[in-house]
Ligand binder design. Structure first.
Ligand code: NI
Length: 213
């Protein structure tokens, strides 16, 4: 999900979060020292964004590297959540950081094989966007609170309750792992409209990057 204050008028992007310098405490210390790099974000429509991802079958350097790159890519966007299929990796991994305020310390989270174990009956409506669908937003209704179980990068199982923006974001990102976009929660008419605009954007971008003949 893109970084954006709820209820703000227009598509005002928040200022980019500080970069995550090296490995962050709480992510699980890893023996490797890697340099993070930005990965291109896949844009809707794309079959990879409609695919159910496979579970990660263990934590290795490749997965840690992917998580680091995804955090870097997310902060750079700027975004508050990013799922592996958005960078073309069809594995059940997501990253997020929904800390608000420019002075607040970043709280990067990496969730491997996340599973929702409980949802509140109380709904919440939030105007969602997606880094794979830039500049389009729509109100989506989801449970206001969820409990999620996942594996951390240290290999340990965790379970936590999420509320507010964190709850919205984690559900949005888990949807990605199941081949679902926020567009799947809105009316088919609106979905079609946004998809056609995205097709045009992708055509225009492809044209502008193809070599002149
Ligand atoms: Ni998204």
């Amino acid at each position: 999900m893109p970084a954006r204050e709820p209820g703000a008028s227009g598509n005002r992007p928040s200022r980019a979060r500080p970069r995550v310098a090296g490995r962050v405490a709480g992510l699980g210390a890893a023996p490797y020292v890697g340099r993070m790099s930005l990965r291109p974000i896949i844009l809707h429509p794309d079959p990879r964004l409609k695919t159910v991802c496979r579970p990660a079958d263990g934590i290795d350097d490749r997965l840690r590297r992917l998580a680091d790159d995804m955090l870097e890519t997310m902060y750079d966007a700027p975004g508050i959540g990013l799922a592996a299929p958005q960078v073309g990796q069809m594995v059940r991994l997501l990253v997020m950081d929904c800390v608000k305020g420019e002075d607040a310390a970043p709280e990067p989270m990496v969730l491997v094989n996340p599973e929702i174990t409980w949802t509140s009956e109380e709904p919440n409506v939030y105007e969602e966007g997606c880094l794979s669908i830039p500049d389009h937003y729509a109100e989506v209704t989801r449970p206001a609170g969820v409990r999620v179980r996942w594996t951390g990068l240290d290999g340990r199982a965790r379970e936590e309750q999420f509320d507010g923006l964190w709850a919205t974001c984690v559900q949005h990102e888990i949807d990605h792992l199941n081949g679902r976009l926020f567009l799947d929660h809105i009316s088919p008419v609106r979905r079609g409209m946004i998809t056609r605009k995205m097709e045009k954007l992708k055509r225009d971008r492809a044209r502008s990057t193809s070599p002149a003949l």
